[in-house]
Design a binder for this molecule. Sequence first.
Ligand code: NAD
Length: 470
Amino acid sequence: MTTTMSRPTTRSTPKLDAPEVVKGLRTAFGTGQTRSYEWRRDQLQAMKRMLVEREPEFMDALAADMGKPPTEAYAADVGFVVAEIDYTLRHLRRWMRPQRVYAPLVTKPSRARLMREPLGVVLVIAPWNYPVHLLLAPVVGALAAGNCVAAKPSEVTANTSALLARLIPEYLDTDCIKVVEGGVTETQALLAEQFDHIFYTGNATVARVVMEAAAKHLTPVTLELGGKSPVIVDETANLEVAARRVAWGKFLNAGQTCIAPDYVLVAKPVADKFVEHVRRAVFDFYGHEPKDSPDYARIVDARHWQRLVGLLDSGTAAIGGQHDEKSRYLAPTVLRDVAPDSPAMQEEIFGPVLPVLTVDSVDEAISFVNDRDKPLALYLFSESKDVQERVLANTSSGGVCINATVFHVVVPGLPFGGVGPSGQGAYHGRSTFETFSHTKSVLHKRARPDLALAYPPYTERKDKLLRRFL
Ligand code: NAD
C-alpha cells in the first residue's frame, strides 16, 4: 500500500479567545434564528452538500492522517454522517411537534404537552478514530434541535481537523457554528466556559476532566467512551461466519474502533477451528501481505503504535504480529495463550490485536464479562436461542449484536452509548435530537371554569373527590 500519511504539527485556532467564542454563540442563539424548522433544515442540507461536494478532500485528509481505505472512509465517516442527515431531515418536523400526554381528571379541563426546545450553546469534543463521523454526527442532532455549537475536532488527526475548520464556515452559519482547533490547552479553555451541554467522545481519563469542568457550571454531559468489548463464541455458532464477522469488526480501521471486538471468549472444543477461520478471513480480506493491501489502515501515531506492539508479548501470535514503525503498520494479529491478567487484558486494546481465550461454558464467559467493567458493546455468536436469552439477561453493556459485530451502530432507532465506565447518554437518529433538546412539560388551562376542588378550606367532600380524581 502506498500511504500518503503526513502529519502537520498540531493546529490550533489562532489566538483562541474562548470567552469570545461562547459569547458570540450566545448572542446568535439569543436572536432566536436557530429555532425555526427552516434554519435547522437549511443547516443540515448545507452540511450534506459540504460532505458530498468535498468528499474527495475528506478522503484525502483521512488517508493522510491514518491511511484510511476509501471504502472505510466513506462508509464509516463521510457516508455515515450523510445517512444521519437524511434520516434526521425525514423525521425532523415530526420530532419538533409537541406531543400530547395524558392529563388526570383533577386537572380537567386541560391539555398536557411535551415541547422540545433547544438547550442553547453546546460543546462537541471529538476523538481521532472516525474524525468526521464523531464530530459531525452529534453536530447534526445539535443543529436539528436548534442549538448553537462549538465543535472541537481531535488534534491527533490534524489534516481532517484542518479541513473541517476550513469547510464548515464555508457551508454553515458562521454565527451559530464555530470550529475550534487545538489540543489540551484549547479544549481546557473551552471547558472553562459555561455551556448548556457538553458532548464528549474519547477516553475515560479525559472524560473525568470534562465532567469536573462541567460540574462547575452544573452542565449536563454526554460521555461516549470505550472499554473492552467482548465476543462470546459458543459451540453452536457458525464458526466460519463468526470468524469473518469478528475479523471484519476487529481489523476495520486497524482495530481503532470504539466498538471493535476487544477479545474473544470461545468454547474450548471449537477454539482451534475458530482461529483457523479467522486466519482464512484475514487472508481473504487482505491477502498474503496485509501491508500491501489498500484496504488496511495504519496506526494513528507512534505512541499508539508502540503501545500496541508492547501488547504482543501478552501471548503467542497465532496470526500476524509483524510490524513496521516507519509506516506505523501492525498486521492483523490474533494472540493465543493470553493470561487474563496480562497487559492485553487490562485496558482497551484499540488496535489490530485480538486475544482469543478459551472457556468451558457460556456461564464461565458470562462471569468473565461480569467481573469486568460494563462494556460498550458485547457480541455473541450462537445459534442457541437459550444461550442468546441467557447472555442478554445476565450481562450489561451499552449495546449487543447477536451473530454480528459493529453493525448495531448503523441502526438509527438503536440509541448508541455506553453504560457505567463505557459512557453515559446515547445518540444516533432521534436520540441525538433528544440529547440536545430540553423536553419542556407544559400544562394548558383556561381561566374558566375555576373549580374550587383543590383550594382550601378542605372539606370532607373535597377530600373524597380528590381521592377519586387524582
Ligand atoms: P483524542 O486523544 O483525540 O481525545 C479526544 C478529545 O479530547 C480530543 O478532542 C482532545 O483534544 C481532547 N483532549 C485530550 N486530552 C485532553 C485533556 N487533558 N483535557 C481536555 N481535553 C483533552 O482521542 P482518544 O481519547 O484517544 O480516543 C480514543 C478513545 O475514545 C477510546 O477509548 C475509544 O474507545 C473512545 N471512543 C469512543 C467512541 C464512542 O462513540 N463511544 C467513539 C470513538 C472513540
